[in-house]
Each structure stands twice: as C-alpha cells, then as structure tokens.
Write a protein of this length. Structure first.
Length: 95
C-alpha cells in the first residue's frame, strides 16, 4: 500500500500493540529516523480512535463494551498500521 502523508501538520505511522476497549488502542508510535514513542511504561502510547465513542468495559455497559472491543479486534486483523493525526488515530487497511 503506497501511503502518502495527508495535508496535516502532524502525521505519524504507528503499529498497534494492544487494544484496551473499542475506542482506545496502545501503539508503538514511529516518530521517524528510528525514534519510537512507546508511552511512559513502554507498553505503548494510549490513543483514542477519532470520532468513536463506545460502551465501557465496566459497569452496566460491560457486555456491550466487550462485544464492541471484540468487533474492533476483528477489524484490526489484517490492518497494516494506523495513521496518527495529532492525538487521534484512524485505522488504515489494505483495500
């Protein structure tokens, strides 16, 4: 997939390391020239997915929250990486 940076001030490529819930992922953020941001604890930088608000994994929404998270995990299967625009992210997949 030939990816050209869009016209954004900040554009980064990132590798998904884990999925917390259906609107929060942890990534290895590629800052270029071999520099990566893995977050404070090294488990990945937490990012919210842009424009997505899903049920939480706790409380009354627990069942729906796990179902939404599982749906995101299935969408990530085959995803090459994500684009990070500022502090929001969106999935990028091969067509």
């Amino acid at each position: 997939m030939d990816m050209q940076p869009p016209d954004y001030l900040y554009w980064y490529r990132a590798r998904v390391m884990s999925v917390y819930d259906a609107d929060t992922i942890y990534v290895d953020l590629d800052l270029g020239t071999g520099v990566h941001n893995l977050g404070v604890d090294g488990r990945g930088l937490a990012l919210r997915l842009y424009g997505i608000d899903t049920p939480e994994l706790r409380g009354d929404e627990k069942v729906a929250g796990y179902a939404a998270r599982d749906a995101l995990l299935s969408m990530l299967t085959g995803a090459d990486d994500v684009e990070v625009l500022r502090r929001d992210a969106r999935l990028v997949r091969e067509a």
